[in-house]
Design a protein around this ligand. Structure first.
Ligand SMILES: Cc1ncc(COP(=O)(O)O)c(C=O)c1O
Length: 380
């Protein structure tokens, strides 16, 4: 399917996890929306945009199983978390519990606001390797105290590429009166996502990653009961111009003259997956992920982070790569082997993370494995 994407032909792209890759047809739709603005800007911004956004919210909410009035589009998860932390009343003695597998910028935001608001950010260093969901939740709960009022945790982690048992965490937190804020940047279009089934208080998702919508398309789900506690990051016309049914939507949705095209292309991105037998694509990519991980582990002989099965991994995986100079190996892979892949520090180790999507196949996995063999055995 590589022809259906805009990716360079001479590169092996194994980093969908960081910035995704948008199919040509979805990108064309994005440009269609941009042209529409320029064809009649007043009609677009004064009238039509609210219906377009409503339709897009409806399509997305069907795809992720929630009420379309409980989500708003936002450009990215970073914006969402800033909006959330700024808004929430978090007392000085509250603890926000998270893990050591979270995305750096999100933790930075929590840390930043803690200085002003005074809450404590507790990062649980979870025991590895993960074994079962129950053990995971028990280990995570070791750091829950009477002051834990918020849990912030990823659905699929960025540095370690692991699917966390979010449903179990949300249930247990609900029973104990703890608010859950889930960082689902990697989930939509990657794994089946049923927000109503997970039942979080707040769920942040990116559409520009695994759903392959254009960059700048993400969403924030907020449970009805707490929608009034989320203030707009940018205060604009709100209900004075936006006919949407709740202040959650009309305060957060229209924030001045902005390009909404990426939000409006989300329906096309969803249809792209539907029209291309995504179940089969996902199954193929998952299989490739597992096989690649097993092969890399045989070469690198480092410990795996979790069992190699569907509970823990989907279309990407990370492995500890025992090198001192990570930039050298990254350059070798990029320049000599034409492989775009992230290598970064996590838990004082160098990690390599590979992602597979529709445009990848076995030859890409083989190229990575051969390149790693060359580097480790031939000193390439
Ligand atoms: C788990 C996770 N959360 C949040 C983000 C931030 O996404 P963005 O840069 O689109 O705001 C990322 C980005 O890769 C991520 O992987």
């Amino acid at each position: 399917m590589k022809d259906q994407y805009l990716l360079k032909k001479n590169m092996i792209f194994l980093n969908h996890g960081s910035f995704g890759a948008c199919p040509k047809s979805v990108f064309n739709n994005y440009q269609h929306w941009q042209r529409l603005i320029e064809s009649q800007p007043v009609q677009y911004f004064s009238h039509d945009i609210y219906n377009y956004l409503k339709k897009s919210r409806e399509d997305l909410s069907t795809f992720i199983s929630c009420d379309s009035d409980d989500i708003i589009f936002i450009p990215n998860p970073t914006t969402a978390i800033n909006s959330i932390i700024r808004s929430l009343k978090i007392d000085k003695n509250y603890e926000v519990l998270t893990s050591n597998h979270e995305y750096g910028a999100m933790i930075r935001a929590w840390d930043w606001f803690s200085k002003d608001k005074g809450y404590s950010l507790i990062q649980n260093n979870l025991k590895l390797p993960f074994t079962t969901k129950n053990n995971f939740v028990d280990d995570f709960w070791q750091e829950v105290t009477n002051n834990t009022k918020i849990i912030f945790i990823s659905h699929i982690t960025s540095p370690t590429a692991i699917i966390f048992p979010i449903k179990e965490i949300c249930q247990r937190a609900k029973n104990e009166g703890i608010m859950t804020i889930i960082d689902g940047a990697h989930a939509p279009g990657h794994i089946d996502l049923h927000i109503s089934d997970l039942d979080p208080d707040i769920y942040i998702g990116a559409c520009h990653k695994w759903l392959s919508a254009p960059k700048g398309s993400s969403f924030m789900y907020v449970k009805k009961e707490i929608q009034n506690s989320i203030d707009p990051l940018i205060v604009s016309w709100g209900k004075d111009v936006d006919p949407s049914p709740s202040s959650f939507i009309n305060e957060n949705q229209y924030q001045g003259t902005r390009d909404f095209s990426s939000f409006l292309s989300v329906s096309t991105a969803i249809n792209f997956q539907k029209n291309n037998n995504w179940d089969i694509v996902q199954a193929k990519c998952k299989d490739l992920t597992k096989q690649t991980l097993i092969s890399l582990q045989e070469i690198l002989k480092t410990d795996l982070l979790c069992p190699v099965n569907d509970n823990w991994l989907a279309q990407m995986a990370s492995i500890h790569i025992p090198v001192n100079d990570s930039s050298k190996i990254k350059n070798t892979l990029l320049i000599n082997h034409k492989i775009e892949i992230p290598i970064f520090q996590w838990d004082n180790k160098n990690m390599l993370r590979f992602s597979f999507n529709a445009y990848n196949d076995k030859s890409d996995s083989n190229a990575l494995i051969d390149a790693i063999k060359d580097i480790f055995f031939k000193g390439d």
